[in-house]
Design a protein around this ligand. Structure first.
Ligand SMILES: Nc1ncnc2c1ncn2[C@@H]1O[C@H](COP(=O)(O)OP(=O)(O)OP(=O)(O)O)[C@@H](O)[C@H]1O
Ligand SMILES: [Mg+2]
Length: 113
């Protein structure tokens, strides 16, 4: 199992949610985060004073998926979140050791089916 963590533009959330159904994913967490990437925000002058705006609102998606779903999910997120402009987002992938469905005690991939 892998965890896919994707930081995307808020306006892309609806498109991304389609992937859930399409790829038969059974769980997803979504949060609103503030963040910055390479551009580190921007600077504006307000009444002559320099003001730094460092953080933009992004959506963070977290999904734990089976190994055989990982590459498809990554490529679908990439296609749907893409505009070609700075700030399109980033995807991080990490190993998940185990999972537990609390109600049944199922472990591993059974717990995310
Ligand atoms: N190294 C990182 N660690 C954690 N979160 C990150 C990291 N890089 C980016 N993010 C998150 O992803 C969001 C989008 O990043 P962004 O797309 O601007 O990345 P970038 O590397 O600057 O790419 P681009 O040049 O296309 O803008 C950030 O606002 C932040 O929430
Ligand atoms: Mg950026």
């Amino acid at each position: 199992m892998k965890k896919i963590e994707a930081f995307i533009r808020p306006e892309k959330l609806e498109d991304i949610k389609d992937i859930m159904e399409e790829q038969k994913l059974n769980g997803l967490s979504i949060s609103q985060v503030m963040g910055c990437g390479n551009q580190k925000g921007w600077t504006e002058y307000v009444r002559g004073a320099e003001v730094d705006y460092n953080f933009l609102t992004k959506i963070k998606l977290e999904m734990v998926v089976a190994d055989d779903q990982v590459e498809t999910v990554i490529s679908r997120i990439t296609q749907k979140a893409y505009t070609g402009e700075y700030g399109d987002g980033k995807i991080f992938i990490s190993d998940i050791q185990d999972a537990v469905r609390i109600r049944t005690g199922e472990r591993g991939e059974d717990a995310i089916k």
